[in-house]
Design a protein around this ligand. Structure first.
Ligand SMILES: O=C1O[C@H](COP(=O)(O)O)[C@@H](O)[C@H](O)[C@H]1O
Length: 217
């Protein structure tokens, strides 16, 4: 089984039982191959709504944009018919764009059928960075916000991220990681169990949402 075949199966099952299916994907370097493979799945993509787990606050035409990644690698082949809901808006900063992003996320059916996450070498997932002051609030499941603006000290670009509460409002979670450093950070996160030091730990150690881990070490 590959991550793409598992996600295609989840979406097919969702489309069998509901009018629309929803998929949240992550950006960065890791998911390009997954997206290209998923884009060829034989699904009624016109009934699939796709959103992002996080976005860098850059022009969507820029190579650093997660929207750019989705448009280049996922919204093609059969999946070109899917509806994509971007997180980036015209606001000057992510902090100023939170209201618009909340309204955008509200257009995606919940719970999300599948949320695909990556992990950074520092233990971040989505844009929940251990080094960012805003991350503690975004990890707090009692807060109703679905999105948060994040200023990571150790990574470029201001970000918009889905909060932990929004990410876990899903039927299935898929984590995709590749490389020795990712293996190490997943092990350290699981051993530490502290989401403030390793935000991916909040996903690894929860048992409310079934989670599939795809590692290519
Ligand atoms: O900045 C980000 O990093 C993570 C991990 O990305 P990778 O390049 O190490 O695969 C990613 O999941 C997130 O969406 C992205 O914005």
């Amino acid at each position: 089984m590959t991550a793409a075949s598992v996600v295609a199966g989840i979406l097919a099952q969702a489309l069998d039982t509901r009018p629309l299916a929803s998929l949240i994907v992550s950006g960065g370097r890791s998911p390009a191959r997954f997206m290209e493979s998923l884009s060829t799945a034989a699904l009624d993509w016109s009934r699939v709504v796709i959103g992002l787990a996080d976005e860098r606050w850059v022009d969507p035409a820029c190579a650093a944009s997660n929207e750019h990644l989705v448009r280049t690698h996922l919204l093609r082949n059969a999946a070109a018919r899917a509806r994509f809901v971007p997180l980036k808006n015209a606001s000057r900063s992510a902090a100023a764009g939170v209201g618009f992003a909340e309204r955008a996320i509200a257009e995606i059916p919940r719970p999300f059928d599948a949320v695909v996450l990556g992990v950074g070498e520092d233990g971040h997932t989505a844009s929940l960075f251990p080094c960012a002051l805003e991350t503690a609030r975004a990890l707090d499941p009692k807060r109703p916000a679905n999105v948060a603006a994040i200023n990571p000290e150790t990574a470029p670009h201001e970000r918009m991220t889905l909060t932990l509460g929004a990410l876990l409002d899903s039927r299935q979670l898929i984590i995709i990681a590749s490389g020795e450093k990712k293996r190490e950070v997943l092990e350290r996160a699981a051993a530490s169990g502290d989401p403030l030091c390793f935000p991916i730990a909040a996903v690894l150690l929860q048992d409310a949402v079934p989670t599939h881990l795809f590692c290519d070490f």
